[in-house]
Design a protein around this ligand. Structure first.
Ligand code: AVJ
Length: 331
């Protein structure tokens, strides 16, 4: 993450995607996918999990009995948002990295003392506009400024975003866990530059725990996470005119202890081949495609990571079962 490119924020509008059977509208994206599939193990970038169906399935995941992170983080926000707000002070401008259903954001904005502005940054345009409209209606005194951008790439905020007394980067959902530690550090450093001196960050971080609890959370009995993971194949098929056969893969989500993460995998059940952008990819039974990492941290581990990105950890909050954590970082 380096100097901002000329990625001028555009008003929310649907993300252009290739229609079924159409040639790829995004040649660089197809090349990126082909490169990711050529890695060992092959990968499909996680962003392709979140098409419309994927986002709807993820919403269902959040309500599953096994998927504790959403409930645990909400419990933390319900219990401690007032304390967070006191620590952050009045007149803050909140820059949210990604947008969810807005439940946690709502709790934060409601607790803050006269928040100045709310700036959600998301690559999913429709999702972004819908979430922004809802929050703008609920918080009429807050300037809501949606920014359509991929926050993992350099981006600019509109020049007219009110500065407020303090900028706060909000990054809930343990989305930070989807990045490898080096990328997570780069993203935290970008946030630090973004909020500037005197700024702060609130980051939701899922914690290390019994692998059985973790594996159940990512391979639920109802099979919703399996469908969510397999949907990535239907999505790239549609977007790029490919011919992955979802029935030749099955969902697996093992805890990989040495890496401290859950790995979402699509394991090939048969020997077969798939062509992507003029290259042929061969899968033996047991070969797998990686679709998502979900790193889990110890509190001290995350504080150390944040420190190497130029932050000090001012406070952390956890839920009653110490499953999830929210970190208040200061410059
Ligand atoms: C929203 C990306 C943080 O990693 O826990 C849930 C996504 N993947 N089940 C996570 C997810 C499988 C989730 N994040």
């Amino acid at each position: 993450v380096s100097a901002p490119r000329s990625e001028v924020p555009r008003p929310p509008e649907p993300w252009p995607g290739a229609a079924p059977g159409e040639p790829a509208a995004e040649p660089t994206a197809l090349a990126e996918l082909a490169d990711a599939l050529a890695e060992q193990p092959p990968r499909i970038p996680s962003k392709y999990l979140y098409d419309e169906r994927g986002s709807a399935l993820f919403d269902r995941i959040c309500d599953l009995p096994e998927y504790y992170p959403t409930r645990s983080e909400l419990a933390i926000m319900e219990q401690h948002a007032a304390e967070m707000a006191r620590a952050l002070g009045p007149d803050a401008t909140v820059v949210e990295y990604g947008t969810g259903t807005g439940r946690k954001t709502r709790l934060l904005l409601a607790a803050l003392d006269r928040p100045c502005a709310y700036v959600p940054v998301d690559v999913a345009a429709e999702f972004l506009s819908a979430a922004s409209a809802r929050l703008a209606a609920e918080f009429p005194a807050v300037a809501v400024v949606p920014v359509w951008a991929d926050f993992t790439r350099p981006f600019l905020l509109p020049p007219d975003v009110p500065r407020g007394r303090r900028r706060v980067a909000y990054f809930p959902g343990s989305t930070i866990g989807n990045f490898e530690p080096d990328e997570a550090r780069a993203l935290l450093a970008e946030m630090r530059d973004r909020v500037g001196p005197g700024g702060a960050a609130l980051v939701g971080v899922d914690l290390r725990k019994d692998p059985r609890v973790l594996e159940a959370a990512y391979d639920d009995a109802a099979g919703v996470t399996a469908r969510f993971n397999l949907n990535v194949l239907a999505h790239v098929n549609r977007r790029f005119g490919l011919a992955f056969d979802p029935s030749r893969f099955r969902h697996r989500a093992p805890w990989v202890d040495r890496a401290g993460r859950i790995e979402m995998r699509l394991v090939s059940t048969v020997r077969h081949e798939v062509d992507v952008a003029g290259r042929r990819y061969r899968f033996e039974p047991g070969d797998y495609i990686l679709t998502e990492y979900s790193h889990k941290y110890r509190l001290t581990e995350f504080a150390a990571l944040a420190q190497t990105a130029g932050w000090r950890t001012r406070r952390t909050w956890t839920d009653a079962e110490a499953r999830f954590s929210v970190h208040l970082l200061e410059t």
